[in-house]
Ligand binder design. Structure first.
Ligand SMILES: NC(=O)c1ccc[n+]([C@@H]2O[C@H](COP(=O)([O-])OP(=O)(O)OC[C@H]3O[C@@H](n4cnc5c(N)ncnc54)[C@H](O)[C@@H]3O)[C@@H](O)[C@H]2O)c1
Length: 383
């Protein structure tokens, strides 16, 4: 285990909102911003106020699925620019199309763009608004569980490039985030599981206290995975907020939030993004845990506890795609990971529950074998 960083419950100081409607303040560079939890009726009012502010320049970058579901009801004819939220479109070409809209409308720093959709819509919008005139104001309305509970804070924006997942990136904070959990009722089951993947990752980063709280909320769900969703989102954001308050630009402890991502990002493009992002991360966490156990960085019993937490959020369909993977390709993609500084692979992994560090492993036949075994174990586990 390399000690480039250490994160444990002495570092992550959790501060949870007392009420479901309390705003969260995110300390960020160059400005702080707030996350508000609001009803659909209040979201409509907020969007109307933004329309009045922007006047003839008002428009909304919106996920095309969300547009079909909600525009008529909520946006009362506001002009929209549609985003086809697919990983194959999360690229420079799409971002530049959004830039073209800003330029055609002669957008200035006075106006505020609205972006409404999941993490793909957020990543593309955040990139476009950041590069146009070195930054146009934007309000983000996340519409997926993953974007409400994770990506909406932290300011990252990433685009895919030449077959590599999230290879281009920059930091780009919104002016405000408006979370309306009522929008989750239309979200497909696999996208809900995907959101839980990133939530479980953050809950594990938070350590014993957050794991216990998460388990308490989940234990009352009785099959309705959206029951208690606001406290679950707040718990997840509270952990992320504690980490990014200390290290927004990932010099150190924020690397823990890449847990599961080295393997997750490697498999996503190889399977043509048929596995939603958060489920790929759940698979990544389990595979990386197995590697960490073999390298002596994580105890077997702790890995088993983590497996029980993570496994419920991986569906059989996603597991079935793992049969198509060639470990040589997985390893090649892992070598492209942003954390790597040399030919070695860097994995952000827990060395105990709630304690994180960096494990560097050689990209050799031993690692290939471990990857193959870990995928086989997952496939066998669902038979
Ligand atoms: N910037 C960051 O910090 C960050 C963090 C984590 C993940 N990400 C990125 O986020 C992306 C994944 O985002 P995601 O999981 O939020 O989803 P997404 O944007 O990929 O959307 C998932 C699907 O849900 C649909 N959808 C969105 N909202 C809906 C709603 N309310 N009802 C019905 N359907 C809806 C979309 O059209 C799409 O088909 C990945 O590209 C990942 O790399 C970014």
């Amino acid at each position: 285990m390399q000690n480039q960083f250490v994160i444990d419950d002495t570092v992550v100081k959790l501060s949870l909102p007392a009420n479901a409607t309390d705003a969260i303040t995110i300390r960020s560079v160059p400005y702080n911003y707030t996350v508000n939890f609001i009803s659909k009726a209040d979201l409509i009012k907020e969007l109307q106020a933004l329309a009045a502010h922007n006047k003839e320049k008002h428009f909304i970058y919106i996920d095309d699925v969300v547009d079909k579901l909600y525009t008529e009801d909520m946006l009362s004819g506001a002009p929209t620019t549609l985003i086809n939220a697919r990983e194959k479109n999360k690229n420079l070409a799409t971002a530049m199309k959004l830039v073209d809209v800003l330029q055609a409308k002669n957008f200035t720093k006075k106006e505020v763009i609205v972006s409404m959709g999941g993490g793909i819509t957020q990543d593309i919008t955040a990139f476009a608004r950041a590069v146009f005139k070195r930054g146009i104001n934007w309000v983000y309305v996340p519409t997926t569980l993953l974007s409400m509970a994770d990506s909406c804070i932290g300011a990252k924006s990433c685009l895919n490039y030449k077959g590599g997942k999230n290879q281009l990136g920059l930091f780009s904070s919104p002016a405000r985030v408006l979370i309306c959990d009522e929008l989750l009722r239309s979200l497909p089951k696999r996208d809900i599981l995907s959101g839980y993947g990133e939530i479980v990752k953050l809950v594990i980063v938070g350590g014993e206290t957050t794991i216990k709280l998460f388990e308490k909320y989940v234990s009352t769900q009785h099959g309705d995975v959206l029951h208690n969703i606001i406290p679950i989102i707040q718990l997840s954001l509270a952990v992320k907020n504690s980490v990014i308050t200390i290290d927004e630009f990932e010099a150190n402890i924020r690397k823990a939030l890449n847990y599961g991502h080295t393997v997750g990002h490697a498999i996503e493009p190889l399977l043509n993004y048929k596995i939603p992002h958060g489920i790929a991360i759940s698979i990544g966490m389990l595979v990386e845990n197995e590697i960490a156990v073999v390298y002596g960085s994580l105890a077997k019993n702790e890995s088993a506890v983590l497996k029980d937490l993570i496994l419920p959020y991986i569906d059989a369909e996603s597991i079935s795609y793992l049969k198509k993977l060639d470990v040589n390709d997985v390893l090649n993609n892992m070598k492209k990971d942003k954390k790597n500084l040399s030919d070695e692979i860097f994995l952000a992994i827990p060395y105990a529950i709630g304690k994180f560090g960096m494990l560097n492993v050689k990209a050799d036949n031993r690692l290939k074998e471990l990857l193959a075994n870990a995928f086989d174990n997952l496939i066998a586990g669902t038979k």
